[in-house]
Write a protein that binds this ligand. Structure first.
Ligand code: PLP
Length: 384
């Protein structure tokens, strides 16, 4: 009998050891981990540089609060702004908190309430981020939601034009919807967003909680497109497993987040900053990011060649954020792969999502593709 609220349908695995792309459970079974803590351990489990940075910081200062200057905050902020379109950073502890901060900031900066988000988006579980999320199943039972959100079908330019007017404070989007099924934004949609931004002076917020920190082969996913967001939200991969989130904003927003306007007791704490400094300085190099792109191209072509099953509708994504959409529910495939020692997850009912550590080796990619192909190639649309 567990004393935990059953908010998660947990997998039957207790991890005792984690290293790189490998997890070892309490029975000694080894798994190839293509989940990476849900796009968190981008440098692999127990990355020596990150872990050492946390250990070094632990015995110096653990916590003092944001009443003090915390050295590491400037280092991480510098990494984030010099690798993005932003100028200023606010630190928090998670993705949902980063999006809460974004919702507050756009409202205060524009003095407007209306925020446009998209169906199948996912922005988090606290009331603001939950209200921003365009999925009924996430809202169920938690109303009344925060007012002011308008949801539009993703990549539908006419639908977006129809709802954006001078009352719009912001558009919030994921450039690749992660939880919603690994759906990539189109360049036409980006151009529509840019046109509306110019016309109505609204703010553009990109939720990079899943796509950020090198996941797609760029520091941030939006950098694949012609987009210069006013606000970028990050979390997940920023601390390689240590909880940390952040909002990166442009200089013109400085007044709206002045003293006393927003805060977090733990946001930007010394341990989180040590982890984030080590993580970002490792990932934000041209060489590292180009390798992610190369591995992404490699896994795409391998998957396309290896999967013969008509069960697969489409393989899509960018870098090492990959969705394999099938013609049926994928939960049985995910359990078969787990039994075979490969951990993957779903994105909606019909999509198998691969989010390996960015440090995954070519050999591990070959192994994973072989397992996926052997599970999927046994099934055909007709046999179901
Ligand atoms: C795009 C996106 N935004 C926000 C969140 C919420 O992040 P957290 O679980 O850290 O609150 C997630 C989590 O999956 C996400 O994928």
């Amino acid at each position: 009998m567990s004393n935990l609220f059953p908010t998660y349908n947990k997998w039957p695995i207790t991890v005792k050891e984690a290293n790189g792309t490998t997890l070892i459970d309490d029975n000694g079974k080894r798994y190839l981990d293509f989940v990476a803590g849900i796009a968190v351990c981008n440098l692999g489990h127990c990355h020596p540089h990150v872990n050492q940075a946390i250990k070094n910081q632990l015995d110096k200062v653990l916590h003092v609060s944001n009443l003090f200057h915390i050295e590491g905050q400037d280092d991480v902020a510098n990494q984030l702004v010099s690798n993005s379109s932003g100028d200023l950073v606010f630190f928090c502890n998670s993705g949902t908190e980063a999006n809460e901060a974004a919702i507050k900031l756009v409202r205060k900066a524009t003095n407007k309430k209306k925020i446009i988000t998209f169906y199948q988006s996912f922005h988090g579980r606290t009331m603001g981020s939950l209200s921003a999320t365009g999925q009924d199943k996430i809202h169920q039972g938690f109303g009344p939601l925060l007012e002011g959100f308008t949801y539009v079908p993703f990549n539908d330019c006419d639908a977006l034009k129809a709802v954006v007017d001078h009352e719009a404070a912001a558009i919030i989007l994921e450039v690749i919807q992660g939880e919603g099924g690994v759906h990539e934004v189109t360049s036409e949609f980006i151009e529509t967003i840019n046109m509306l931004k110019e016309k109505h002076k609204l703010l553009v917020v990109v939720d990079e909680v899943q796509t950020g920190i090198g996941r797609t082969g760029k520091a941030f996913g939006y950098q694949h497109y012609n987009l210069s967001p006013d606000i970028i939200t990050v979390a997940k991969g920023l601390g390689n497993g240590f909880p940390v989130g952040g909002l990166i904003g442009k200089q013109h927003l400085i007044e709206a987040f002045g003293p006393g306007s927003h805060g977090s007791t733990f946001g930007g704490n010394p341990l989180a900053m040590a982890a984030a400094t080590a993580t970002t300085e490792t990932i934000f190099t041209e060489e590292f990011l180009n390798e992610v792109l190369d591995k992404g191209n490699y896994i795409f072509s391998k998957l396309k060649n290896a999967i013969q099953s008509s069960i697969v509708k489409q393989v899509r994504g960018k870098g090492l954020m990959i969705g394999i959409e099938c013609h049926q529910d994928v939960s049985s495939f995910i359990s078969s792969l787990r039994d075979d020692g490969l951990l993957v997850l779903n994105a909606g009912p019909n999509v198998i999502r691969l989010l390996p550590p960015l440090t995954v080796s070519y050999k591990e990619i070959d192994q994973a593709v072989e397992s996926i192909a052997s599970v999927l190639n046994k099934v055909t649309v007709n046999s179901n």
